[in-house]
Write a protein that binds this ligand. Structure first.
Ligand code: B12
Ligand code: SF4
Length: 471
């Protein structure tokens, strides 16, 4: 069989603070796994490897150990702009060892509408492909194969099934199941703006994928993330899901992300009964003015009332909510205080928070036009850590550094270290990263952390004189 290396490019820098804990994130590039699954169905032998925060040379050695050579193009996926530099280094190393090797690069959040331009930055890339790619990936590799030779198959639909057997060290990943694609809300900076929202995948198919995916082993329990740009569960779908789960006897705890205006509070008891355990809720702010500035809602009071009802329903049904907050252009101490006031009043109804300042992603013209929109609220460019990533001073009162400090304070206010660990370990930490390992990392971290450590009993710190480091 023809082995295809599918490499999810890693990052040389960590997005938030560079701590040992942030480096334990094991983000799964399920878009790339979806492409690998299509290739496998067409007779290829794909393997998906992730760069994470490892050096490109380390992943290159691992790929060589697994049989990397120059017989078929290597697929490089760019999950974000932070990954471009890493991808360049990886390709340089592979090319130095295998001069005939070819690379096909994709990842719609970076390529956007600029494949030619990206190619000038990734000089070793033979092709740069934009958009979703299930329907073209087989052809890009020269057509489907079987033992007898070339055989072109029909293109795959632009929806995904994920075959976790193709993922290198798959036992370490918390799995994602894609339950729908598309959104179509038209936000002009987003690749999903005109991808029509697809109906939720049939419940039976979701359960079949879950059954094939979930491992029952000695590592931390597998708790899948139901991925969708716009998760809009309906009562018939939830009923169906519940029925198929009962039929198959599958028990699970799962997580998803929802928007205040798309998830109906009355569905919560039914979703909880199917195992929904954590809901990431994109609240963004509780300041009416900030909600209007980010065009989250024209009627902020109605929006906040709906959010209140949803939080109550989740709490009543034992669903842990992680509230996502965005410090946005025009943010001041007063607007932050409005958000804190609202959250304080509902402190018992959510489990944790995730907070950060808005970042303008995109190619220079795209981010320039977004930045000029945000300038109207008093924001300006602070600096760019790499191509496509622009940090902002949110207002004359809140520069970037202060926005980071305020984000940390808000996280510490509402989230204990243990809750932070439970949330991360449910979906993003490697499945062998246990609470004790986390406590050790906390003890050995010098930079401020985005959770409350005041009630922790920490293991002794390893300093440079500690015997085990000398050995
Ligand atoms: C789900 C999600 C995640 C998940 C899963 C990540 C993933 N890589 O799939 C998690 C939580 C892990 C995540 C993490 C991060 N994310 Co994220 N994420 C998203 C989200 C919501 C959807 C992504 C998506 O569309 N997946 C679905 C699949 C179908 O699409 P896909 O991955 O694009 O893959 C298809 C195509 O791109 C293409 N393709 C992909 N690779 C290749 C390779 C080849 C060779 C070819 C031909 C084609 C191809 O084919 C695939 C199948 O059709 C988006 C956007 C949003 N709506 O807000 C942000 C988004 C992509 N994430 C973003 C960021 C910044 C991050 C982080 C860097 C944040 C962090 N905390 O450090 C990390 C990076 C992690 C990493 N290294 O992968 C930014 C990217 C900004 C940018 N343009 O750089 C986005 C746009 C959100 C935002 N605006 O802030 N993310
Ligand atoms: S609502 Fe989110 S996913 Fe949909 S188009 Fe807007 S930014 Fe993209």
């Amino acid at each position: 069989m023809s082995r295809v290396f599918c490499i999810s490019a890693g990052q040389l820098q960590v997005k938030k603070a560079d701590t040992p804990i942030n480096r334990r994130h094991q983000y799964l590039n399920y878009g790339l796994l979806s492409l690998a699954t299509v290739l496998h169905r067409h007779g290829f032998d794909p393997v998906v490897l992730h760069g994470h925060f490892d050096r490109p040379e380390a992943l290159f050695l691992e790929a060589e150990r697994l049989g990397l050579n120059d017989s078929l193009p290597v697929l490089i996926s760019l999950p974000s702009f932070y990954a471009v530099e890493w991808a360049n280094l990886f390709m340089q190393q592979a090319k130095a060892r295998y001069p005939l090797i070819r690379f096909i690069v994709g990842g719609r959040w970076v390529v956007g509408d600029n494949p030619e331009r990206l190619k000038t930055l990734l000089l070793l890339a033979d092709r740069v492909i934009s958009g979703l790619a299930e329907s073209q990936i087989v052809e890009l590799l020269g057509g489907a194969r079987n033992a007898a030779g070339l055989l072109l198959g029909s293109p795959a639909p632009q929806s995904s099934t994920l075959d976790y057997r193709l993922l290198h060290q798959r036992e370490l990943y918390q799995p994602s199941i894609e339950v729908s694609r598309g959104c179509g809300m038209g936000c002009n900076f987003c690749q999903e703006r005109s991808e029509r929202l697809q109906p939720l995948k049939p419940a039976r198919q979701v359960v079949e994928e879950l059954t094939a995916t979930l491992l029952h082993d000695n590592l931390i329990e597998m708790t899948p993330y139901f991925e969708a740009s716009m998760f809009v569960p309906t009562r018939p779908w939830v009923d169906d899901f519940s029925k198929v789960l009962t039929e198959t006897g599958l028990k699970l705890r799962w997580r998803s992300e929802g928007r205040v205006d798309n998830i109906r509070p009355e569905l919560m008891p039914h979703l909880a009964a199917t195992g929904l355990t954590i809901l990431d809720l994109g609240l963004e702010s509780a300041s009416p003015q900030q909600l209007q500035r980010m065009q989250k809602s024209k009627k902020p009071q109605g929006y906040l009332d709906r959010a209140s009802r949803l939080l109550e329903a989740c709490a009543a049904n034992g669903i842990k909510v992680k509230v996502n907050l965005l410090l946005f252009a025009g943010e001041t101490d007063d607007t932050v205080a409005e958000t804190l006031h609202w959250l304080d009043a509902r402190r018992d109804q959510f489990y944790g928070v995730s907070v950060g300042p808005v970042i303008a992603y995109g190619w220079p013209e795209e981010s320039a036009s977004y930045l000029s929109e945000l300038a109207a609220f008093g924001a300006s460019l602070s600096h760019s850590p790499c191509l496509g990533v622009n940090h902002l001073d949110l207002s004359p009162q809140m520069n970037h550094e202060r926005a980071l400090a305020v984000s940390r304070e808000i996280s510490q206010r509402y989230m204990s270290a243990e809750r932070y660990y439970r949330l991360k370990s449910f979906s993003y930490f490697a499945r062998d990263y246990r609470y004790q390992n986390f406590l050790e990392d906390v003890a050995n971290t010098n930079v401020p952390l985005s959770f409350d450590t005041s009630r922790l009993t920490l293991p002794p710190r390893k300093d440079c004189h500690s015997p085990e480091l000398v050995v």
